[in-house]
Design a protein around this ligand. Structure first.
Ligand code: ZN
Length: 184
């Protein structure tokens, strides 16, 4: 993408600045777990990547912010290379502190909120909802972080907070968005 070249766009320069602010260790490559730990420590909020079976028709990745944690839910049936891309994209949104799209928030609230404490989910952002500059920025920042990765695995043995179990359970019983038979 020519990010190091002289012809960088203002957006590319801004994304590089985001990466610098993130202060990832420069001397070594990291695993995605280490990146999540690093980002979580800087934000003062644990960041967990949770592969799960998302409902048909929903985005392949969702960033869900609760009072205490940030979660990136990831469609577990995606090919590993695509999972990689989706997770980095969502972390890109998180690092850029992007606002949620009101349209998407309403859509995802329909999916997530009916049985949840409405106070639990603070914000939700999913992949593929708009073609805005924020999407391009998330993609660029994600790919810059991706260059620092040594390997790609999503650890499944990590303890999962109870609220995440609730979110996963909620996602698992859903049908396609907007389907009238999808209530529990
Ligand atoms: Zn996005």
């Amino acid at each position: 993408m020519g990010a190091r070249g002289p012809g960088r766009t203002p957006l590319e320069r801004r994304c590089e600045e985001r990466l610098r602010e993130l202060a990832l260790p420069a001397r070594r490559k990291m695993t995605i777990e280490e990146v999540c730990e690093h980002v979580g420590a800087r934000r003062g909020r644990p960041l967990l990547v949770l592969p799960t079976a998302l409902p048909t028709g929903s985005p392949h990745g969702l960033w869900v912010a609760t009072d205490r944690n940030d979660y990136v839910f990831l469609e577990e049936r995606l090919a590993p290379i695509h999972q990689h891309q989706v997770v980095l994209h969502e972390i890109g949104h998180l690092v850029c502190d992007h606002d949620t799209s009101p349209v998407l928030a309403a859509e995802v609230s329909r999916l997530l909120l009916p049985s949840l404490d409405p106070g639990l989910v603070r914000r939700v952002l999913g992949r593929g909802h708009t073609d805005s500059e924020a999407e391009i920025e998330a993609e660029l920042v994600g790919s810059l972080i991706g260059r620092r990765l040594s390997s790609w695995t999503v650890c499944r043995d990590r303890p999962v907070p109870p609220e995440a179990h609730e979110l996963v359970a909620r996602l698992a019983v859903l049908g396609p968005p907007g389907h009238p038979g999808a209530e529990d």
